[in-house]
Design a protein around this ligand. Structure first.
Ligand code: B3K
Ligand code: ZN
Length: 876
């Protein structure tokens, strides 16, 4: 926390470190309020940085310094300077052993950065700049060191873990015990980890492609030991996949995963010792939904893949974060796509991107995937860096093709193994391996904002030439008024009147990747006899918006015929957006609301289809969320959006009730739970039908809900029924379901989090009053980020109707919570404030009320760097 405006750090100011640390020996004596840390660093002047011996700067935050010694001699306090950011030492030697003793207080560390306690377990989170909360250190990713760690504790904590391989253990004279770990790979401090607790473990082994046996171990509290199987299976699949797809083998004797209840994000890729938010690793059919099963598989994969893309090859500085995150998200997305339904995975990822990343690109914190400046790096762990970053890697993959992309990644890993590098190094490896020029493509790394492609077409019947005209623009973003044209791969197909793909080349291909490079460009197709219908941006081949004036009829045609599954879904989305826009207009004009019969018939056909993959049917039937509708407009009328979506949903529900019921009954079969793609698709479609039936409130929908609620044998069905009862049951029914569910599951943390989220995100149940009541519930804990995300985040991010209430009470509430949370956990507070930073987009009173709430946060007193940066940039 600080008073003065925090300093801005710029990419252009990067300088190599003055000193390097060859080895780091750490010694911890764990005590909740007074953990003693001793560190021995072999420090060496970095000759790349220049001549002379400048002062050595060590980062350190919230540390109690005990002593500093150089080559065995304690330094008098006069020879070093302690500042709020760390320690400045002058040592007149180019190489020396630095020994520091300091004390920290894990119990009072509610920021969940550095060393802290979760329940009674010690754990760490060091990325990005948490190591400086453990000891004084050059806490920057380009300082890579070999770590040895000894942990001493009372025997109440039998499990003592750190990175690498265990090399020693024993007892101290005073009855305490210790374990020593050695990590043979040099790493930056952000990958350091320590865990100590009373934990059980699940074991397995994996034999690598070269025949080495690796021990796999998942640690949890005893009560959760039965929830590790899915994560273990996912880990083994990930290890095999990385060998097969990228030729990457695991490199230590043991790979450990620990589940922790208090965690700021999903998981962390610490070398050999991944630490996971319990919600992202623990699952059983009775307690976890299908989406939790899938989330676990993808996060386990993601963290494992970091062992190469992140750990063996790491980032030079935090501006390069997308180097490891964008690439690793791309890798985990492909992993999930290979294991499950590729089309569904793509639809889910693109929905997230469009709903939330596009909003980021259009908001006050917009930044390129490689930002140029920041005040607090934690604020840049964003969907832009992660998801758009992955799309940028995907575009390179699209432009090069699988084989050449692999050649590039092989060269990248080989060239930079053991190094801290930049996004530029990644692109250069791709170029060098394939003799391509990605000069213009690099703009994706430096320009923010979502490009817009305006597409028009022309058909010259006499010459048989069909022309696509593509114009690109990109809206201004903070600090970037003008943008240069991007290099954009636009994958297309052309449909004939029968809905078949036209052949576009002599080799018989039916798809083409148009490489858009200019502000305006024409692409001609010869030998065309009738005007085709374009299927644009197939598979979402670039993170852009495409505007082409499709008619309703054409969209229905694409929905039926496009050979690209993603674009079939996309056509349905365009259709829904078109309908929702019209309804909003009628709503504002005070006219009777209506939905075209063609649209209803199109949905009926999808629902009745025996050919379409049920997973796709489920995705098509899922109407765009209010948030994603809001993202489509420069000026958002929240009330009209809610009214339009409710009307469309009710109209579909009422008109299609017989078909919905038939489909529900057809799919509602009893069989053992298996989270495979086919069964997940079936459950997903079944539960969407059920939710529509609940909206229609007829055809004994409430009985079906009650029955499913009582009989469900897996959490997917159980939670779907509970959601239906909360949103559509009568008040007594809803309350009874909420209570009985809690009675049954109160001992299970992950289910309780789900239960809280179902209530807070309910447009009917999640009123501000009920949110406040939930916060009084014994299951709620302001110091636990999962609970905060479930209750307060559920309200602000997934309960559009209640959050955007006319009186602005939702915004005031968020401001109040942000101020309270900032004192405990600045990272979480800075995430929570985001929904009110988009005030410029909202119409009328809402905009002012949102802005006032933001101003209240700013005026509340001393803010953390995290919250200050977000709020301040949003008000400028
Ligand atoms: N690398 C971590 C994220 C750390 C976030 C720090 N605020 C998890 C991941 O992306 O795999
Ligand atoms: Zn990651």
């Amino acid at each position: 926390m600080q008073d003065a405006q925090p300093k801005t750090i710029y990419l252009k100011d990067y300088q190599v470190p003055d000193y390097l640390v060859d080895s780091t020996d750490l010694h911890f004596e764990l005590e909740p309020k007074a953990t003693l840390v001793k560190s021995q660093l072999s420090v060496r002047r970095n000759h790349e940085a220049g001549e002379g011996l400048p002062p050595l700067l060590l980062d350190g935050v919230d540390l109690e310094l005990i002593s500093v010694a150089v080559d065995g001699s304690i330094l008098p306090p006069a020879s070093y300077q302690e500042t709020p950011e760390g320690l400045i030492l002058t040592v007149e030697k180019p190489e020396f052993l630095l020994e520091i003793y300091n004390r920290i207080n894990p119990e009072d560390n509610t920021s969940l950065e550095g060393l802290y306690l979760s329940n009674d377990m010690y754990c760490t989170q060091c990325e990005a700049e948490g190591f400086r909360k453990i000891t004084f250190y050059p806490d920057r990713p380009d300082v890579m060191s070999k770590f040895t760690t000894t942990i001493v504790s009372s025997k109440i904590l039998p499990v003592l873990l750190s990175n690498g391989n265990e090399i020693d253990r024993g007892y101290c004279e005073d009855g305490r015990h210790f374990v020593t770990w050695e990590d043979p790979f040099a790493k930056p401090a952000y990958l350091f980890a320590l865990v100590a607790g009373n934990l059980e473990h699940r074991d397995d082994t994996f034999t690598t492609v070269s025949g080495r046996e690796v021990k796999l171990r998942i640690y949890t509290e005893e009560k959760n030991i039965g929830k590790c199987d899915h994560a273990m299976r996912s880990l083994k699949k990930a290890m095999r996949w990385d060998e097969e797809m990228y030729g990457r083998e695991y490199d230590l004797d043991i790979f450990m995963v620990v589940a922790v209840d208090h965690f700021n994000m999903g998981a962390m890729e610490n070398k050999g010792l991944n630490i996971f938010n319990s919600a992202c690793v623990l699952a059983s059919p009775e307690t976890a939904t299908d989406s939790a099963f899938q989330r676990i598989e993808s996060i386990v994969g993601h963290e494992y893949f970091h062992n190469w893309s992140g750990n063996r090859v790491t980032c030079r500085d935090w501006f390069q974060l997308s180097l490891k995150e964008g690439f690793t998200v791309f890798r985990d997305a492909e992993f999930s796509a290979d294991l499950n339904s590729r089309a569904v995975k793509r639809i889910e990822d693109v929905s997230l991107l469009r709903t939330s990343q596009f909003a980021e690109d259009a908001g006050p914190m917009a930044h390129p995937i490689r930002p140029e400046s920041y005040m607090e790096i934690s604020n840049f762990y964003t969907l832009t860096v992660y998801e758009k970053g992955a799309e940028v890697v995907r575009m390179i993959h699209t432009l090069l093709g699988q084989e050449r992309f692999r050649r590039g990644s092989d060269l990248y890993f080989e060239r930079h193994d053991g190094c801290a590098v930049t996004c530029e190094d990644f692109i250069v490896a791709m170029e060098d391996a394939n003799q391509v020029d990605l000069a213009q493509f690099r703009r994706w790394y430096s320009q923010a904002g979502t490009p817009v492609l305006v597409v028009s077409d022309d058909f010259d019947q006499s010459k048989g030439i069909y022309t696509l005209n593509i114009r690109q623009t990109c809206p201004p973003t903070p600090d970037q008024e003008e943008k240069l044209p991007f290099h954009i791969p636009v994958k297309i197909g052309l449909l004939d009147g029968n809905g078949h793909d036209r052949i576009l080349s002599d080799e018989g291909s039916t798809e083409e990747i148009l490489e858009v490079r200019n502000v305006e460009q024409n692409f001609e197709f010869n030998g065309i006899k009738e005007k085709p219908l374009p299927s644009l941006l197939r598979g979402f081949s670039a993170p852009v918006k495409v505007r082409y004036s499709y008619t309703e009829k054409q969209l229905i045609f694409l929905m039926r015929n496009d050979s690209d599954t993603f674009n079939r879904w996309d056509a349905s989305q365009r259709l829904a957006f078109m309908a929702l826009s019209n309804i909003q207009q009628d709503y504002r004009d005070g006219k009777a609301l209506q939905v075209s019969s063609e649209l209803i018939e199109a949905y009926r056909n999808v629902l009745k289809s025996r050919i379409l993959d049920p997973a796709l049917v489920a995705e098509i039937l899922t109407l765009p969320s209010e948030q994603s509708i809001a993202e489509m407009y420069d000026s958002v009328d929240a009330g009209a959006i809610v009214a339009a979506r409710e009307f469309l949903s009710e109209t579909l529900a009422n008109t299609l009730a017989p078909e919905l019921k038939e489909k529900y009954l057809e799919l509602n079969v009893v069989k053992p739970y298996d989270p495979n793609a086919k069964d997940i698709a079936g459950r997903s479609l079944k539960n969407i039908c059920l939710s529509y039936l609940a909206v229609a409130e007829k055809d004994d929908a409430l009985d079906l809900l009650e029955k499913q609620f009582d009989m469900a044998e897996n959490m997917t069905d159980s939670a779907a029924a509970l959601r239906g009862l909360i949103n559509h049951g009568d008040a007594i029914q809803a309350e009874a379901a909420i209570q009985s569910f809690y009675q049954h599951w109160q001992g299970d943390t992950q289910v309780v989090e789900l239960w809280l989220g179902l209530q807070s995100s309910s447009s009917r149940y999640g009123s501000l009053e009920n949110i406040r009541t939930l916060m009084e519930h014994p299951a709620f804990e302001l110091k636990n980020p999962n609970k905060v995300r479930a209750v307060i985040g559920g309200f602000a991010n997934r309960n559009f109707k209640q959050f955007h209430k006319e009186d602005g009470s939702g915004y005031k509430f968020i401001a109040e919570q942000v101020v309270a949370l900032d004192k405990l956990n600045p990272q979480i507070a800075a995430r929570l404030v985001i929904p009110i930073t988009r005030w410029r987009k909202y119409t009328g009173n809402l905009s002012d009320k949102m802005k006032n709430a933001l101003q209240d946060v700013l005026n509340s007193g001393t803010l953390s760097k995290d919250v200050f940066e977000v709020v301040n940039k949003s008000l400028i």
